[in-house]
Write a protein of this length. Structure first.
Length: 95
């Protein structure tokens, strides 16, 4: 997974906040290289977003959190902290 740049987990019904946490912790090699992450249509919350924002993701330019359980206010809080400064594309819509 060290060459992974694009990851779509969209619609994978078994993915939860715990899954995202495990991905973040178990895959440190992808943290600096991942460019696009799609966690749309998942039952993930702001806990997943906080986990992702705590990682060094300087290459992340596309993030899709549409139809997840992440609320716009939670996203705003993360963005106000200066997280995800490199994003060029952000997809957001609440369930």
């Amino acid at each position: 997974m060290s060459n992974l740049k694009y990851l779509s987990l969209s619609g994978c019904s078994g993915i939860t906040d715990k899954s995202i946490f495990i991905l973040c912790e178990a895959s440190p090699n992808i943290n600096g290289k991942i460019k696009s992450l799609d966690i749309s249509n998942l039952n993930v919350t702001e806990q997943s977003l906080e986990c992702l924002s705590s990682k060094q993701l300087p290459s992340l330019s596309d993030l899709n959190i549409s139809r997840s359980l992440i609320k716009s206010l939670d996203l705003k809080k993360i963005l106000d902290q200066g997280k995800f400064n490199h994003l060029k594309y952000l997809a957001l819509s609440e369930k």
